[in-house]
Design a protein around this ligand. Structure first.
Ligand code: SAH
Length: 215
């Protein structure tokens, strides 16, 4: 599938909507304007790719809504060369956003089918999206071998904040995680020192669940 002027036009409209919904970070908006989201979803949804909606991506999972991607990315405050851990690679769309922002991205996915599909897709995109590592495994455990991280983003709903992820954050680092069972509260934890985290809660979101082990 190609990326055409029509797709670019639809992306510009999506960015306008995201601004109206309160996203202000110019780097985040510019990145969303660049990434061909239609290539990350099944071609039967192509016409809907630039609506601000979540869609099925197989294995009972969804690509996050663009507003959610923008909101979480804004909270993460990504800077160039930041080492970022993403839990829930899924379609790879959020991974691509982080890569284009200049982060060194480590992403974990527990569904083997999605892991393989997305690894293949990201290697074929014409925009420069090169994650440092795509890993098949259980994101509850994080990636201790590559820690500490400047930022950690969880893209599935967690019943509680996994201790392993908190311990893999640098001092000053930010963990963005939706917490809750049926609905989730977007939660930001900023690590103040070895033992203390500052917690801020944002609005309600709806994610597929963060599940343990791999599949
Ligand atoms: N960022 C993705 C979101 C996909 S939905 C996107 O925009 O496409 C959430 C993803 O988290 C799913 O792919 C699901 O399989 C994955 N997931 C759920 N629990 C996980 C875990 N413990 N470790 C890693 N990935 C997990």
């Amino acid at each position: 599938m190609k990326d055409t002027n029509k797709h670019q036009g639809l992306r510009n409209l999506l960015v306008k909507q995201l601004k109206e919904k309160g996203i202000t970070d110019k780097n985040v908006l510019d990145t969303i304007a660049k990434i061909p989201r239609h290539l990350f979803i099944d071609s039967s949804f192509e016409n809907f790719a630039y609506q601000d909606k979540a869609f099925p991506i197989g294995a009972d999972q969804t690509i996050s809504q663009p507003y959610t991607v923008a909101f979480q990315t804004e909270l993460l405050q990504v800077e160039k060369d930041h080492k970022i851990l993403e839990i829930g690679t899924g379609s790879g769309y959020q991974t691509a956003v982080l890569c284009l922002l200049g982060a060194k991205v480590y992403s974990v996915e527990r569904q083997n089918e999605l892991f393989k599909k997305t690894k293949n897709l990201l290697s074929k995109l014409s925009i420069n999206v090169i994650p440092k590592l795509l890993s098949f495994g259980d994101g509850y455990k994080g990636l201790p071998d590559y820690a500490p991280f400047d930022g950690i983003i969880v893209t599935a709903g967690a019943p509680s904040v996994p201790q392993a992820l908190m311990s893999q954050l640098k001092i000053g680092g930010r963990l963005v995680i939706p917490v809750g069972e049926n609905e989730q509260i977007m939660t930001l934890l900023v690590r103040k020192n070895e033992t203390q985290f500052e917690k801020t809660e944002f609005g309600d979101f709806k994610f597929v669940p963060l599940l343990e082990n791999k599949n």
